[in-house]
Design a protein around this ligand. Sequence first.
Ligand SMILES: [Zn+2]
Length: 313
Amino acid sequence: MTVTLGNEAYQRASGLTRATRRAARRFAPLPAEFTFTVDVEDHAGDARAAAQTTRLLDLLEEADARGTFFVLDAFAAADPALVRRIAARGHEVASHGHDHRRLAEHRPAAFRAGMAAARDRLAQATGTAPVGYRAPYFSLTPEAAWVPEELAAAGFAYSSSVLPAWNPMAGWPGAPRRPFLWPCGLLELPVPVARLGPFRLPFLGGMYLRWLPPWRLRQFVGRWTREDAAGGGLWSYCHPYDLDETEGLVRRADAGAFGSLMLWLNRGPTLPRLQGLLHGRRSETFAARLPALRAGAGAWAPAPAGQPMLAAG
Ligand SMILES: [Zn+2]
């Protein structure tokens, strides 16, 4: 035991270690290989996200892990130096789109122009064009079925934009829960979801990772491992604000009063849970895992518009 730490600092450090150990036990059944992903965006319109992104870079370095960072275009425009640092520290820089609206609100021509600008900006910052894309809110839904073709034409190799279940925010019920190929050849890496009655929840990310009680998290880990682990498509996601414990309440236009409160509260569990997930597990970027993920992916064509979707089994 060290004696150089002040009492308060020591208690904080040992508390975090215990919480991390508990989280690691809960995640133990998950496969040893996954991808730690971050959606880099700044909902408060200030520089807090940059500081939190740096904390995430340090967290990954401590765990000798590499992750994929999906950077929103406005953030890349405001802080290209941070984008460069993400790449320089061995991580993949990918695109979180030109703006943070749902895909169904876009028209193809404007989407195409926005994505070209976003892709160019990331390529300029890092020296390499991004090959990955994630839609805001996982909003690749049946209403936006034209998007995969646009992404493939723009030079993207993969997307991780589908939530393969019904969800009040955005989802595609009936889409495969394992990595799959769109008819245009683009690889899709759906967000891992676990069953809860008639629903499925993205338990390894954002608000879910923060709010799920420990017993429920353990249950979801078991269910996902039994039902979907064979596909190899395990990944987690978080946002810089998920671990920002000192930020004040931000009223988000896209979340309403209750949603803004949920996004603000209970940020303490994020860090130990992410540490627990990294413990004893190997995180590699999607770009590095692409050949294996692609080799294991089946083809999937959505039903033509107007036909009812089959519910996920
Ligand atoms: Zn986002």
